[in-house]
Write a protein that binds this ligand. Structure first.
Ligand code: M6R
Length: 598
């Protein structure tokens, strides 16, 4: 959450900061700001609202500098406002700081600083760090930052500049992501590699407790005790164009449309037997006694899909856990267990904490992540990258599909008795099937016209379709702000059926042919109460088609791949309903792309 950008080099920093911030805006968008240092002059400009407000404001100014830092905020302490926006300064306006994370002991530090006659203008934890830097100033920016960092509890990616040492930026991380971009005679800092990819694809992903001192486009890495450390430079093979909208109005829409292409990449080189791209092969997989799939939000929904597959092919129990809950109970994890942690960003705080718990208990942790070099990728014992490219829309689409396909590929390699061979033999057809499914968009647009004014929408399904329903409902509510609820179809009559009345939209996915009759009976139950039924299935679901108000026909395939492609109409429903309601699709209210706080 929150986007960080920094620049040191021969170029004018402001345009670099602004372009970086526009690529980072998806991380937080309630306010934005920049700070530039020009000799002993520190200029800070910040504005509540989207980045466009700051940009407009900057048009009337001429701030310059030889180094600069910038931030987009997702509020944790204090409402979104000009004053609470980052960068923050100390009382003498000599230190500027941007921060991602939460300083847990900020209130104690603040009280102590107030006792020493320092004052505060914002409600943020970050300002406390800026003021503490000035109190602890010891003549050297790196030393001062390290000293202050030792007194901080909580999480941070911090970037600091000061007129007391113009030309230097010091940054460090503890649990919040921070990437160093290494250019020719220039250095970039960002909370996300996509923000600086247009300048360099050479990145160093700082580890917890790493600090960096940057001077005139050069850098040195340190630990908190000021020992010099080294970290590998990684080359990121994402294209800049992948982080752009390609002429579409929204990233989410572009990301839905490009799914056939990106899934081709997820699959590439991973179908063949003994593929080196598969991190855990059958001989090892067979030895696990239990599997824990742990994730949040959309990634959790993807995990629900994996549960059935892994139980079937390995014959071991699989538990799917919300990372935000898992860490606060006492799960009985053993050293013969496998933890599969799923995350697009690889930076979700709850999932990181759950990974620590799994590791502490001796489980082998396999991370299914998209962002190369992310925290989870580094913490895990094995990694399976989704390879779906940067996902910018807050509502996850292509990463979700990548998570389904990633688990499918793992299950294929663990299917010793060919239990799911029918599905696996056709995996290479998936990109084509996804492309064909895109043809439903026109019909979905028409359906969306009929339902976008409704207040409550229900998603139902059985088995793997329930996992889809959960994701379909989340997608709709997060970007359209409508009340959407997912239910295992057989659960309706245990309570929620009471809410179905004349015209209530009920969206049913019916990819599981072996459950079709049961699902169809549940649909009859809602029809009898006046529901407006939108069903999604293939050509074999004639009975369901005949009783539904709308029927979206998917291309023919096997049951499992039909489940995978069924998400596409649900993504289109969420997108078009939100669009018809005029909502801010890529940056829904109150949310941020990467949830790096608890
Ligand atoms: O980066 P992650 O996959 O770990 O993120 C987990 C959730 O925060 C994320 O999936 C969230 O639910 C999405 N906004 C849903 O579209």
């Amino acid at each position: 959450m929150c986007g960080i950008i920094g620049y040191s080099g021969p170029k004018e920093p402001l345009p670099i900061l602004i372009s970086g911030l526009s690529r980072l805006e998806y991380r937080g968008y309630d306010s934005a700001g920049v700070a530039l240092i020009d000799g002993d002059n520190l200029s800070i400009e910040k504005k509540e609202g989207k980045l466009s407000v700051l940009k407009e404001h900057l048009e009337g100014t001429s701030i310059k500098g030889n180094i600069g830092i910038g931030h987009t905020r997702w509020a944790t302490h204090g409402v979104p406002s000009d004053v609470n926006a980052h960068p923050h300064a100390d009382n003498a306006n000599e230190f500027a700081i941007i921060h991602n994370g939460i300083i847990e002991n900020y209130a104690e530090l603040k009280d102590d600083l107030i006792q020493d006659d320092y004052s505060f203008i914002s409600e943020t934890d970050t300002e406390v760090v800026a003021v503490e830097l000035s109190r602890k100033w010891n003549g050297e920016l790196l030393d001062t930052v390290l000293d202050v960092a030792k007194s901080l509890d909580g999480t941070y990616a911090l970037v600091v500049t000061s007129t007391k040492q113009p030309g230097t930026i010091v940054a460090g991380r503890m649990m919040s992501p921070l990437v160093l971009g290494v250019g020719e005679g220039e250095v970039f800092l960002a909370s996300d590699s996509a923000a600086i990819l247009e300048y360099t694809n050479k990145m160093i992903f700082l580890e917890n407790g790493d600090f960096v001192e940057i001077n005139d486009g050069n850098f040195t890495l340190y630990d908190i005790e000021k020992n010099v450390i080294t970290r590998d430079i990684q080359v990121i093979d994402w294209e800049v164009s992948e982080a752009e909208k390609a002429g579409h109005d929204h990233f989410m829409y572009k990301e839905i449309l490009e799914q056939a292409e990106v899934i081709e990449r997820t699959i590439a080189g991973r179908i063949e037997e003994n593929s080196t791209e598969i991190p855990i092969h059958l001989d090892k997989a067979k030895k696990f006694e239990k599997i824990w799939i742990v994730a949040c939000g959309t990634a959790y929904h993807a995990g629900l899909f994996g549960k059935d597959l892994f139980e079937k092919v390995l014959g071991v129990p699989v538990s799917v856990e919300l990372a935000s809950e898992f860490r606060y109970r006492e799960p009985i994890v053993g050293e013969n267990d496998l933890g599969i942690v799923i995350s697009q960003s690889g930076e979700t705080m709850d999932t990181i904490a759950a990974t620590e718990l799994l590791k502490e208990n001796g489980a082998h942790v396999l991370a299914l992540v998209n962002v190369v070099g992310s925290s989870l990728a580094r913490m895990a014992d094995s990694v399976f990258y989704l390879h779906v490219g940067p996902e910018i829309g807050v509502a996850s689409t292509k990463a979700y599909l990548g998570m389904l396909v990633g688990q499918l590929l793992l299950a294929k390699h663990w299917d010793s008795d060919d239990k799911l061979a029918v599905a696996f033999d056709e995996i290479s057809d998936l990109p084509k099937l996804i492309e064909q499914t895109m043809a439903c968009e026109k019909q979905i647009k028409d359906i969306s016209e009929k339902i976008y004014k409704k207040n409550d929408i229900y998603f139902i399904g059985r088995g793997l379709d329930y996992a889809l329903a959960a994701e379909g409902a989340l997608k709709l509510k997060e970007i359209s702000y409508l009340h959407a609820e997912a239910l295992a179809a057989g659960e309706l009559k245990h309570g929620t059926l009471a809410l179905i009345e004349d015209g209530t939209p009920v969206i049913v996915t019916a990819s599981q042919n072996h459950l079709l009759d049961k699902t169809t009976s549940n649909v009859q139950e809602v029809i009898a109460r006046g529901a407006y039924v939108i069903a999604i299935g293939d050509n074999q679901s004639k009975k369901l088609e005949n009783i539904s108000d709308e029927y979206v026909t998917l291309p023919d395939s096997n049951e499992i791949l039909t489940t995978v492609i069924s998400i596409i109409p649900l993504q289109f429903i969420a997108y078009h309903v939100a669009n018809l309601n005029g909502e801010s699709i890529d940056q829904p209210r109150n949310l941020a792309k990467s949830v790096t706080v608890e």
